[in-house]
Write a protein that binds this ligand. Structure first.
Ligand code: BG6
Length: 486
């Protein structure tokens, strides 16, 4: 599916990190692969005083760093920039909104996307500004970046304010993990094959691990990160969304609401944390300086924009439980961190051992496991026991490996390409509904409250490791290991 409709895409936060790194590069790829992109207009909006040419220079200089050399074509980029405009807007004073309305006046018949990638405290003023100048048409959609607020009540207030201007079907709460090919492949795997469903339950699955590990630190976003931390930045959104897709019941169709209804049910059966279980089942960490791939990485407290004695978490490991028929008793170990040893995002479904072992156990990594890797490479591997060649009957796990690059021999779309295409098409399947977001905050809020009440510092870990040792102990208590420790 490619973009087949004329559109105006208005980026609030147009000079920001996300626009430069992800949004404009994603549109560049779609532009490059669209036969007739005549009806495209992109308007970058920000508070910075810039001319149109100044903005194009800024994005031209920076975006190319995020488009691999073999994909970057100077001529195509130049043609792409002809579709870019810039407008200085101040969301709080309201300056610039009249000019925006003026620029949009003659394109009432186009899809109009307002993409808000600013601090979420500006979402309400921006939507009110748009409404005041009558810029919201029947073909308008608003895209909201996460995190929406910092807890349930602030998120509610934003949703209320945005909901006064945009109807729910025009609100696209984006979680870019849902746009990743492998996440959609997880659905294809579960619901396009008959062999997995009979195994997908407490009788056969012993435990599940979801790891979102990054090597990068806060990357100049210290101000934002200090108010977010790993729990809001990664768990409340990406990790919980992956958990939902993995654990949900088969939906009755692939309609957006059929899928979102099932995801919501997962969020509702997540066992709530008490102050006691926060202490025993959650580890929070903060990195100190260390070495990553031979280079010294500074500690969190030395990064720009971080408070001197900050207790903000850059790592979280959680033992989560789903209280329903399918998953009762199966632990879901969730883990995310910055400045970890490797960049690795993966879901590991560990199946139970055979009931009556006939063969000597393998030296490591017994049991069947399904590994769905999102990053650095996208792959699905099913580990099965195979005999090691030789005279003895010894086995070890060997992977049945689905390599997407090899199988499809086509470039994988970046998550934002997929999601921006869906926004323009009006397809809500991969976006969060308000009740999902509420349920996610309801689960997250007590964790923050318990941390505040405990008044303890996060456990430290050296940059370039897999997090605090307490994270290994969390699994060791259950007789388990994180996958890389096997
Ligand atoms: C963003 C977080 O949502 O996801 C960042 O705000 C994080 O802190 C990023 O680095 C990770 O995304 P990806 O696609 O690189 O794994």
């Amino acid at each position: 599916m490619s973009i087949s409709r004329a559109f105006d895409m208005i980026f609030f936060g147009g000079t920001g990190d996300l626009a430069i790194r992800k949004l404009l590069p994603a549109l560049y790829y779609r532009f490059r692969d669209t036969p007739d992109p005549a009806g495209w207009r992109i308007i970058g909006c920000a508070r910075t005083e810039l001319t149109r040419d100044g903005y194009v220079d800024l994005v031209s200089e920076n975006c190319r760093r995020f488009i691999p050399g073999e994909d970057f074509d100077e001529g195509t980029w130049q043609r792409f920039t002809h579709h870019i405009e810039y407008l200085t807007i101040d969301a709080l004073s309201g300056e610039g909104f009249d000019e925006l309305a003026e620029r949009l006046r003659h394109s009432q018949d186009r899809v109009r996307v307002f993409y808000l990638s600013t601090a979420s405290s500006l979402y309400a003023p921006i939507c009110e500004g748009l409404s005041r100048v009558s810029a919201v048409t029947g073909l308008s959609r608003v895209v909201l970046e996460k995190p929406l607020g910092h807890d349930l009540s602030s998120s509610d207030a934003i949703n209320e304010a945005v909901g006064r201007i945009f109807e729910e079907h025009a609100i696209f709460r984006i979680d870019h993990y849902l746009g990743k090919e492998t996440v959609q492949n997880l659905m294809a795997l579960r619901f396009g094959n008959s062999i997995f469903e009979p195994l997908w339950n407490r009788s056969n699955v012993e435990q599940v691990q979801i790891t979102l590990a990054e090597q990068v630190g806060v990357e100049g976003r210290g101000d934002y990160y200090e108010h977010s931390g790993a729990l809001r930045d990664m768990v409340q959104s990406h990790l919980l969304q992956l958990l939902c897709i993995l654990a949900m019941e088969p939906p009755t169709s692939i309609d957006p609401d059929a899928i979102r209804d099932e995801k919501l049910k997962v969020l509702k059966v997540l066992r709530p944390f008490t102050p006691e279980s926060v202490r025993t089942d959650i580890v929070r960490g903060q990195y100190r300086s260390g070495a990553i791939e031979g280079k010294v990485a500074p500690g969190y407290l030395e990064e720009e924009g971080i408070a001197e004695n900050s207790r903000n978490e850059t790592f979280v490991a959680i033992k989560a439980r789903l209280d329903n028929w399918r998953w009762s008793g199966v632990p879901f170990y969730l883990r995310t961190g910055k400045r970890m040893q490797e960049r690795l995002s993966e879901i590991v479904v560990n199946f139970r051992e055979v009931p009556h072992p006939l063969l000597p156990p393998p030296a490591s990594g017994g049991g069947n496991r399904l590994i769905i890797q999102l990053q650095p490479d996208e792959s699905v591997k099913l580990f099965v026991m195979a005999k090691i060649p030789g005279d003895e009957m010894k086995v070890r796990p060997v992977a049945l490996d689905l390599d997407f690059d090899e199988a499809f021999k086509t470039r994988q779309w970046d998550a934002y390409e997929r999601l921006l295409t869906d926004v323009i098409a009006g397809n809500l399947t991969l976006f969060m509904r308000r009740d999902e977001l509420d349920a996610a905050w309801r689960w997250i809020d007590p964790i923050h409250s318990a941390w505040e009440a405990q008044d303890t510092a996060p456990k430290t870990y050296a940059a370039g490791t897999w997090g605090p040792t307490a994270a290994s102990a969390l699994l060791a208590r259950d007789g388990m290991n994180w996958r890389e420790e096997n």
